[in-house]
Design a protein around this ligand. Structure first.
Ligand code: GLP
Length: 241
């Protein structure tokens, strides 16, 4: 595992965007795994600017997002599909038909989850997976648990995650209680993984995840076993290392 310490959020975002742009330039039809949350917003801003400047071409790229709330359709402003459209897809030259997010409007988990993993497999697997880090060590919506879930599945969100994500809703009551998420196996299957982490409030989580023992109670710790994983922290997030 390669840990890169950036000066601040902007530099973290720039390095992450450069890594993604290099992947796209090397493999114009690459498959990207993408993440939501506030942390990758700056990365997407850099990619939008790079695309507008003609430095990166998304026309051959396909994408799979990590997760989606169950019960939210893609046109719901709180959905992760909406987030991706707003922050990236609507502003770069990607073919929208090549962008996939688990279908939160479908309550039938069996109809959503296994086909999602099959679609990733059929696309040739994920070349580069971007991840954020939850305060409790979650990646995607793989919450602390007794075991590492393998494939895409439905999860009950923890109170901590509901509370953390409630800042983006009018109230905690409006945060969906369940989500579809890629599994740890899906994420570990990516050929390269890129984690972005910012802020002092994540410093202890960074230490537990990337310097502590590998255990499902800290889901991100499994990334220590990935053969090609880079973590980009800003100074504040790296302050407990
Ligand atoms: C959500 C997402 C995760 C994300 C995490 C951290 O729960 N499901 O994929 O990494 O939040 O978000 P933030 O970057 O806003 O701290």
């Amino acid at each position: 595992m390669n840990i890169v310490i950036a000066e601040d959020y902007d530099q973290m975002s720039r390095i992450a965007a450069d890594t993604i742009a290099e992947c796209v330039r090397a493999l114009p039809d690459c498959v990207l795994g993408l993440a939501t949350g506030s942390t990758p917003i700056g990365t997407y801003e850099c990619l939008v600017a790079d695309c507008s400047a003609g430095k990166v071409d998304f026309s051959g790229v396909s994408t799979f997002n990590l997760d989606e709330y169950v019960g939210l359709a893609g046109d719901d402003p709180q959905s992760y599909r909406y987030f991706m459209d707003q922050h990236l897809f609507d502003h770069v030259n990607i073919d929208k038909a090549s962008t996939r997010v688990p279908d939160g409007s479908n309550p039938d988990a069996a109809a959503v989850c296994a086909p999602y993993d099959e679609a990733i497999f059929d696309a040739g697997g994920i070349d580069l997976q971007l991840l954020g880090l939850g305060h409790n060590g979650h990646i995607g919506f793989n919450e602390p648990a007794d075991e590492f879930p393998v494939g895409t599945h439905i999860v009950d969100l923890t109170e901590r995650t509901i509370e953390a994500n409630s800042r983006l809703f009018d109230s905690a009551d409006e945060v969906p209680r369940q989500a579809y998420t890629m599994g740890i196996g899906t994420i570990m299957g990516a050929r390269a993984v890129l984690v972005v982490v910012s802020g002092e409030d994540k410093a202890e989580t960074v230490k537990a995840a990337f310097r502590g023992p590998v255990r499902p109670e800290v889901p991100a710790s499994v990334l220590q076993l990935h053969p090609n994983c880079t973590v980009i922290c800003d100074r504040a997030a790296a302050s407990a290392l």
